[in-house]
Ligand binder design. Structure first.
Ligand code: E4P
Length: 223
């Protein structure tokens, strides 16, 4: 399973990269705004800064919602660095844009996926990734893991190479459940990745090991 971090915060991206388990980054206009990044030049500089930290897979979302606008923006983003994956919303012109970029060999991430039908359409258009939003489905009481299962089944039925990027991940349980179902990638906050580390028996076990080691060392020194 690939691990992406879902943030535009450079410090958190650096921290995740330093762990040695990071495969990429996803951003969206809200995450960029949260970091106070606005204006063409600043946005471009920020994407370049992210690309300088990670090895690959930096999803950069277009703002345009018409075909020509998405093509112009997507081409400009892709030209910044070959680590860029152009993020396209699940709308009618977005499907056309996915096909255009797929034909051009430019990687895409189709975002705001909430149904298996949307994922199927994006895969047919040649999307490299589809991003079903788990947390937002949970928020409205819908079956988010069922959606991942359905998309997995459909993609496997037809051999689609489009990767399932489980997005809107909120915690480490989400990550583990998605891994069990067979999502190819997950994107979540740093806290969800670090949450995988935690178990109280790990902490108490380590404390006991260190205490026993210290006791034995003290006994040895006292001889
Ligand atoms: C996906 O690429 C989105 O950036 C993201 O996962 C949305 O998550 P949220 O629902 O926590 O905003």
């Amino acid at each position: 399973m690939k691990f992406f971090i879902d943030t535009a915060n450079l410090e958190q991206i650096k921290e995740a990269q330093a762990l040695g388990v990071l495969d990429g980054v996803t951003t969206n206009p809200s995450l960029m705004a949260k970091e106070g990044i606005s204006g063409q030049a600043n946005v471009i500089a920020h994407y370049k800064a992210i690309c300088a930290i990670v090895d690959d897979n930096v999803s950069a979302e277009v703002i345009a919602t018409d075909y020509e606008g998405m093509i112009a923006e997507g081409n400009a983003l892709a030209a910044l660095d070959n680590k860029i994956v152009v993020k396209i919303p699940m709308i009618k012109d977005g499907i056309k844009a996915l096909k255009y970029f797929s034909d051009k060999g430019i990687r895409t991430n189709c975002t705001l996926i909430f149904t298996a039908g949307q994922a199927l359409l994006a895969a047919k258009a040649g999307a490299s990734y589809v991003s079903p939003f788990l947390g937002r489905l949970d928020d409205i009481g819908a079956d988010s893991f069922g959606l991942i299962e359905d998309i997995r089944l459909i993609f496997d039925n037809y051999g689609y190479e489009t990767q399932i990027l489980a997005a809107s991940i909120r915690n480490s349980v989400h990550i583990v459940e998605c891994a069990k179902i067979g999502a190819d990638v997950m994107t979540g906050p740093l806290s969800s990745i670090l949450g995988l580390l935690k178990h109280p028996l790990t902490d108490s076990g380590l404390a006991q090991f260190l205490a026993d080691h210290k006791k034995a060392a003290e006994a040895e020194a006292a001889k």
